[in-house]
Design a protein around this ligand. Structure first.
Ligand SMILES: *[C@@H]1O[C@H](CO)[C@@H](O)[C@H](O)[C@H]1NC(C)=O
Ligand SMILES: *[C@@H]1O[C@H](CO)[C@@H](O)[C@H](O)[C@H]1NC(C)=O
Ligand SMILES: *[C@@H]1O[C@H](CO)[C@@H](O)[C@H](O)[C@H]1NC(C)=O
Ligand SMILES: *[C@@H]1O[C@H](CO)[C@@H](O)[C@H](O)[C@H]1NC(C)=O
Ligand SMILES: *[C@@H]1O[C@H](CO)[C@@H](O)[C@H](O)[C@H]1NC(C)=O
Ligand SMILES: *[C@@H]1O[C@H](CO)[C@@H](O)[C@H](O)[C@H]1NC(C)=O
Length: 604
């Protein structure tokens, strides 16, 4: 009884606090002036059959307080689970109708992806405690059905595949598939296995226990060498007038002073190495020596870390690790370490004048949102993230990492890079720890945040939205994904919007690319027990649109450069970001439902 009362009180306090803090922002988001949105909002609220619920929603922005009990989110399969007639999707990726033998030389040229794109492909560290791993598009299609808003599109289900997905654009003529959603056949709160994608966790290399890869900090020789490359790079950078160049004298914050007060990392200027508080720096910015600091919550830029490729010893991960061990026994192949069975998607856009953009797209079937005071916001089915590497005359020049509605751009020299270890193990040499790697490494390392899969250049905590970082993404050196080992590649002309399968996979279909609808469910109505909204933040938001609608024709590397495109010359030093409201600028996943989120963003 007491615990129940306590829980109620705690829940009440949590809600009030979350509400108070978010309401300033939420007021803005819910009281937009767009008449379409206002009427849509009315409809959404009206779906609730509880008078009290509707009034609380209208007057206090507390929508769906009745739904907070998670127990009500899952239910027995009363919805007839319709088994899909197509079970084998392995042929989907090879079912395109192209005949490479008939291609002219010119056609072949248009479909050829330069080798340097692969030589500089990113590595992706997924989060060690991730629950939603990379997924394969055919499998996603298998478990979703096309819906127009909330109604199933008759007869469309049995036949949608990678080749014909774009035909769904015509369902609502003139509406440009804006209202088409690939809705999950299962209740996502029940976490069906296809949604989690466990089988797509990249192969882990065999690593000796607790072998330390980041034990060696950069020495002065390393720094000199790196500084020189940076200078060379900056000369190239300066020719680019479009970008606002941040402080060019800064390379990245290398904490060289042993910590005097126990703090470390970030902008503190301190390393734990040589400090009296312990040799490891946790991503929360404190020095220590226990596993809390040295294992998967460790910041390798500011102290020693244990090897995380061997998967950290967190209790909740043990089960996963054991399962992985089993997988590895059958799958392990040292030369294929980092391979995921879910292919990455590469779209290469030749912008002319020697500029070539390589968009590495990463698809996940589910995005688990953030929690604020234990309340989760921003889940959605389907999740597209990307890393863009921009080349000029065959040289890598800049990198853009997608993060929610914004993203971050870096000069090439700023990125940490990895080099396969010549000792044959799967452990990478990083430019931050080894001079050999600093000279020879060509491939940047990016980090995928837990749940949201937003991409960052460093491991650690990345606050956004509220100035004090109430929402944050977290990244670490979890399983390393080498997307170049399993990739479907395409070339795209952003001027006439022509997509082509590349010469590496001539038979890859392209219909899915032109599909202009959403890759996941429409945000659930208020009447749905899984849905709630507090101060403008929804529990479930719309699934995102696909790669074609990520501004592939962009001029600067930034996806959205209305307010400029700052290309940073160094990594690290997380700073809080305010999310631009979907009202003000660009849509994207998590955007307010019903916007023109799937309209083509052509060249501007
Ligand atoms: C995809 O659907 C089209 C039309 O329904 C069909 O002709 C084609 O064979 C399908 N492709 C695969 C790989 O099933
Ligand atoms: C889908 O929902 C939107 C927003 O409520 C509405 O404007 C649109 O007409 C709906 N489309 C269909 C086909 O029901
Ligand atoms: C290529 O460069 C030339 C000369 O600098 C310029 O006039 C032209 O607009 C550029 N073309 C593109 C597509 O950027
Ligand atoms: C860097 O790695 C190479 C290859 O494993 C090794 O031979 C070399 O000693 C390392 N250098 C440093 C400074 O750790
Ligand atoms: C893209 O299409 C436009 C218009 O058809 C054409 O002028 C341009 O050369 C094409 N770009 C490439 C790289 O093929
Ligand atoms: C959305 O698209 C429709 C149809 O293309 C257009 O009329 C409308 O202005 C667009 N709305 C916004 C906010 O861009």
């Amino acid at each position: 009884m007491q615990t129940l009362a306590y829980r109620c009180l705690a829940a009440f306090l949590a809600i009030s606090l979350a509400y108070l803090i978010l309401s300033g922002i939420g007021a803005h988001a819910t009281q937009g002036t767009n008449p379409i949105k206002i009427s849509e909002n009315k409809e959404w609220i009206a779906t609730s059959k509880y008078w009290l619920d509707r009034q609380f929603c209208i007057w206090f922005g507390l929508c769906g307080t009745l739904h907070l009990r998670e127990a009500g989110w899952t239910w027995k399969h009363d919805m007839k689970s319709t088994p899909s007639p197509i079970e084998d999707v392995s042929g989907f990726w090879f079912s395109g109708r192209e005949d490479p033998d008939s291609w002219s030389d010119e056609e072949i040229k248009k479909r050829t992806i330069p080798d340097y794109v692969f030589e500089h492909a990113p590595y992706v560290h997924l989060f060690s405690g991730e629950q939603f791993w990379p997924c394969d598009l055919p499998e996603h299609l298998l478990h979703t059905s096309p819906y127009l808003n909330y109604s199933a599109i008759p007869d469309a289900d049995y036949k949608h595949n990678l080749s014909n997905l774009h035909e769904l654009n015509d369902v609502e003529s003139g509406m440009h598939a804006r209202y088409v959603y690939l809705q999950s056949n299962d209740n996502v709160e029940e976490r069906p296995t296809w949604l989690a994608g466990d089988k797509n966790i990249p192969n882990s290399p065999r690593v000796e226990n607790n072998y330390e890869i980041h034990g060696v900090g950069p020495n002065s020789e390393d720094l000199k060498a790196l500084h020189n490359t940076n200078n060379e790079q900056q000369n190239v950078d300066q020719s680019d007038q479009d970008v606002h160049v941040a402080d060019a004298n800064f390379i990245w914050p290398i904490e060289r002073t042993p910590s005097l007060n126990g703090r470390c990392g970030g902008n503190s200027g301190y390393t734990c190495k040589g400090s009296q508080f312990g040799q490891c720096c946790s991503i929360h910015g404190w020095c220590g020596g226990s596993e809390l600091f040295c294992d998967d919550l460790c910041d390798p830029l500011a102290g020693d870390c244990k090897d995380l490729l061997a998967l950290g010893p967190r209790p909740d991960l043990r089960r996963r690790k054991r399962r992985l061990d089993k997988l590895e026994k059958t799958q392990h192949d040292p030369n294929r370490a980092g391979r995921s069975s879910a292919p990455a998607i590469l779209v290469v856009v030749d912008k002319g004048n020697g500029t070539v953009d390589a968009f590495w797209f990463f698809f996940y079937s589910y995005n688990l949102g953030q929690t604020v005071f234990n309340i989760r916001f921003g889940n959605h089915v389907g999740d597209w993230e990307h890393t863009l590497v921009r080349f000029k005359d065959g040289q890598p020049h800049e990198v853009f990492l997608s993060e929610h509605t914004f993203g971050e751009a870096y000069s090439w020299s700023a990125m940490e890079k990895y080099l396969p270890n010549p000792d044959g193990s799967g452990t990478m040499l990083g430019t931050f720890s080894n001079i050999t790697a600093a000279r020879a490494a060509k491939r940047p390392v990016v980090f995928s945040a837990v749940g949201s899969h937003a991409m960052y250049g460093t491991p650690g905590l990345h606050p956004y939205i509220l100035p004090w970082g109430l929402l944050h993404d977290q990244t670490d050196r979890g399983p390393l994904w080498d997307p170049s080992l399993n990739v479907r590649s395409f070339t795209y002309n952003s001027t006439n919007q022509e997509i082509r399968s590349s010469t590496r996979n001539p038979k890859a279909p392209v219909g899915w690319f032109n599909y202009a609808g959403h890759w996941g469910d429409k945000y659930y109505p208020l009447s749905d027990p899984r849905q709630y909204r507090f101060a403008g933040q929804y529990h479930y938001v719309n699934g995102p649109s696909g790669p074609k609608f990520k501004n592939l024709g962009r001029r600067t590397v930034c996806q959205n450069s209305q307010s400029g495109c700052e290309v940073r010359k160094w990594l690290g030093g997380s700073r809080s970001r305010m999310l631009p409201f979907p009202d003000d600028g660009d849509e994207e996943e998590g955007g307010i439902p019903g916007g023109n989120s799937t309209d083509d963003k052509t060249l501007t």
